[in-house]
Design a protein around this ligand. Sequence first.
Ligand SMILES: *Cc1c(COP(=O)(O)O)cnc(C)c1O
Length: 426
Amino acid sequence: MHTLQTCQELDAADTLAPLRQQFSLPEGVIYLDGNSLGVLPTAASARVAEVVSQEWGQGLIRSWNSAGWFELPRRLGDKIARLIGARPGEVVATDSTSINLYKVLSAALNIAAEDAPARKRIVSERSNFPTDLYIAEGLCRERGYTLQLVEPEDIAAALTADVAVLMLTHVNYRTGAMHDMAAVTRAAHAAGILTVWDLAHSAGAVPVDLNGARADFSIGCGYKYLNGGPGAPAFVWVNPRHADRFWQPLSGWWGHANPFAFTPDYQPAPGIGRYLCGTQPIINLAVLECGLDTVLAAEPLGGMTALRTKSLALTDLFIALVEQRCGGYGLGLATPREHAARGSQVCLTRDEGAFAIVQALIARGVIGDFRAGDGGLGRHKDILRFGLTPLYIGFEDVWHAVEHLRQVLESGEWQKPEFNQKHAVT
Ligand SMILES: *Cc1c(COP(=O)(O)O)cnc(C)c1O
């Protein structure tokens, strides 16, 4: 039986609790949406001011060299590498997740087309994040491939001789279900299939070992668990075994081996550098670095392993409290109970009112979000989604969040009209 007091005791014993001091969180808010937009690192405001007034204002164009602007995508890539089982020089921070997916999926299809031209299919999960599916759909149209969407339990059976690429998101945005990256990659490789892993809900949330899993390509998001700010640059990793072959189609001058030679022909940079396209958003990269540093600050305290232990304790507590205190209100659990199959979020289902309940919670300062069932196809229910980021969420926060949820359900306040109006962004 959990009580407010046992939750407070867990906070008192939490060696990661001081990491919260790195963030500017608004008063009176319990923020359970760091899986959608991470919170503001306190260091970011001063860093932006420095980049703008000193590096840009005073340094002007000299800052590409003197302030290290030119190297930022690689330098930040090396920091991200530490979180995802990559080595220095294997990752760049650049562009958006969607655009990076276009690059790596193109590269994977190019390799497959050389090695196995008869393979004309991309397999993914039906409940993958839509932009991933849309990008794949666009590429299929461009190249005459087909996109096959399957349920998670049918992935193994879909790995057939006509498949070129298996494209999956490691942790599902809607349910928080996590794939066994190493096992799935092994099965794909055994069937002659390349893998593309989206780490949008993994990087900074769960330990990832891309090299250990022998994955082929990976991308991920900078503004979720990496706290890089709205629209922060994303990242790209490619297994070095593809190093001399991973041509990508957005062959802009920043991916050139020698951009300032200004030659008329394109010579790709060696290694991951060729995944850059054009001039990079330096201010955004500077903010992303502040976000990355908040996660790397956990390294002396046990790093991703320690963060994962706390994350599982938080999600376990959330599930237990919902079951202990919100029974009889029609809530279901979409997130797997098994630790190995769960990311850092808890997703609840409800036949009715999921959107309004989330709105009522937000009005009380408990910020989670709502994700619609799959376009009314009826396969998935609407979801109330709660991201539990161990860097700045404590056990008492979980207690209060579930208590608010209980009160919203008990009082029926979610039925008020103001909680039933949809906005452009949910
Ligand atoms: C958040 C997320 C994205 C976001 O893509 P953007 O290009 O940044 O809009 C992509 N894929 C997945 C799986 C995500 O969770």
